[in-house]
Write a protein that binds this ligand. Structure first.
Ligand SMILES: NC(=O)c1ccc[n+]([C@@H]2O[C@H](COP(=O)([O-])OP(=O)(O)OC[C@H]3O[C@@H](n4cnc5c(N)ncnc54)[C@H](OP(=O)(O)O)[C@@H]3O)[C@@H](O)[C@H]2O)c1
Length: 314
């Protein structure tokens, strides 16, 4: 039987690139990039700016995907706050276009949203809790979920602080997502350069290893149910405690990290104080065990040991 064709939108990103590697055995994979022209032996990569409707339509016409994984986003939260139109175009409008094009061809759409749809008042959010987006980015991602639901076959995943090892983010080129590096890699590179690290103690999330998010996304491509799932690390943790754990496992001194409170600095967009996610639903539905923070960081360390040991401390 011939393989199904999978289109990965955002294959130059952390989650998209990991998904490309995982999917190559089971699918005929075509990935897209926008600003970062990456090389991969896992499948073809084409340039596609998702804000250009005609280009997107042409790509769908040519590729005729059986399924589509959308990992694209404009997710510099402060940038989105001051560039509402760009944020809407990427985080909402483009998702509506993907849903329509998938419907035209009977394709399945797996779409990635965010924990930031929540207001952060309580944490441990389940899929039935009411969203309360605090920023334009969050509002547009929530509206993107509504667009994805218009596809007749869809899954929506909500992760939280997506991180992991990728050589793509150490090459100095910036993604059009607005994110130069994922949080853990950014913190690690600061430790490696012996630069001061001040991290907030009062913002809690469920840091999510990109490899796991990618693996679950691929599973959901063939899980014929339309639903929303929280897919994240299973440890709710403050940014500060997470960075201390990262330091310890990567061979740096956790005590060198300085604790600060959110109120001690100004950010343009408001962040939820506790957007940690309850992931019981997806673990039951897929019979899949998500990783806790120590397990996730151990995976990241093992990849760095092979690919970039100079990043590690003593
Ligand atoms: N990172 C987090 O902390 C976090 C937290 C919660 C939810 N999420 C969600 O998780 C998903 C994956 O995040 P990630 O961290 O893996 O993303 P990422 O590494 O920043 O990658 C994003 C991808 O989107 C592409 N992209 C951005 N604008 C585009 C445009 N105009 N046209 C075409 N492609 C465009 C980028 O292409 P180029 O790089 O080639 O420009 C890149 O491939 C996103 O939906 C995000 O909202 C992320």
């Amino acid at each position: 039987m011939s393989k199904k064709t999978l289109l990965i939108l955002g294959a130059s990103g952390l989650t998209g690139y990991k998904a490309l590697q995982i999917a190559k055995k089971r699918f005929e994979v075509i990935g897209t990039y926008n600003q970062r022209a990456v090389q991969s032996d896992a499948g073809s990569l084409i340039k596609l700016d998702i804000s250009k409707e005609e280009e997107v339509k042409r790509a769908f016409d040519e590729i005729k995907p059986d399924c589509v994984l959308n990992t694209t986003a404009l997710h510099n939260v402060d940038y989105c706050e001051t560039h509402p139109e760009e944020s809407f175009n990427i985080n909402t409008k483009a998702v509506g276009l993907f849903a329509r094009l998938c419907n035209n061809k009977g394709s399945r759409l797996v779409h990635i949203s965010t924990d930031f749809v929540f207001g952060g008042e309580k944490g441990n959010y389940t899929e039935t809790d009411s969203p309360n987006p605090l920023s334009l980015y969050a509002k547009h991602k929530l509206e993107g979920e509504l667009e994805a639901r218009k596809c007749s076959s869809f899954s929506i995943l909500r992760p939280s602080v997506v991180y992991g090892w990728t050589h793509l983010e150490t090459q100095g080129s910036t993604s059009s997502s607005g994110k130069p590096m994922n949080f853990a890699l950014w913190a690690l590179s600061k430790m490696n350069k012996k630069e001061e690290l001040k991290i907030v103690t009062d913002q809690f999330t469920s840091p999510t290893l990109g490899d796991v998010l990618a693996a679950v996304s691929i599973r959901l491509l063939t899980f014929e149910k339309n639903d929303l799932y929280h897919v994240a690390g299973t440890t709710p943790i403050s940014r500060y405690e997470f960075t201390r754990k990262l330091a310890a496992i990567m061979g740096y001194d956790p005590n060198a990290i300085k604790p600060i409170e959110s109120k001690s600095f100004t950010q343009i967009a408001k962040r939820p104080m506790n957007s940690s996610l309850n992931c019981d639903k997806v673990q039951k539905a897929l019979n899949y065990k998500l990783l806790n923070v120590d397990e996730s960081l151990a995976v990241m360390r093992s990849q760095i040991e092979v690919e970039s040991p100079e990043l590690l401390g003593a």
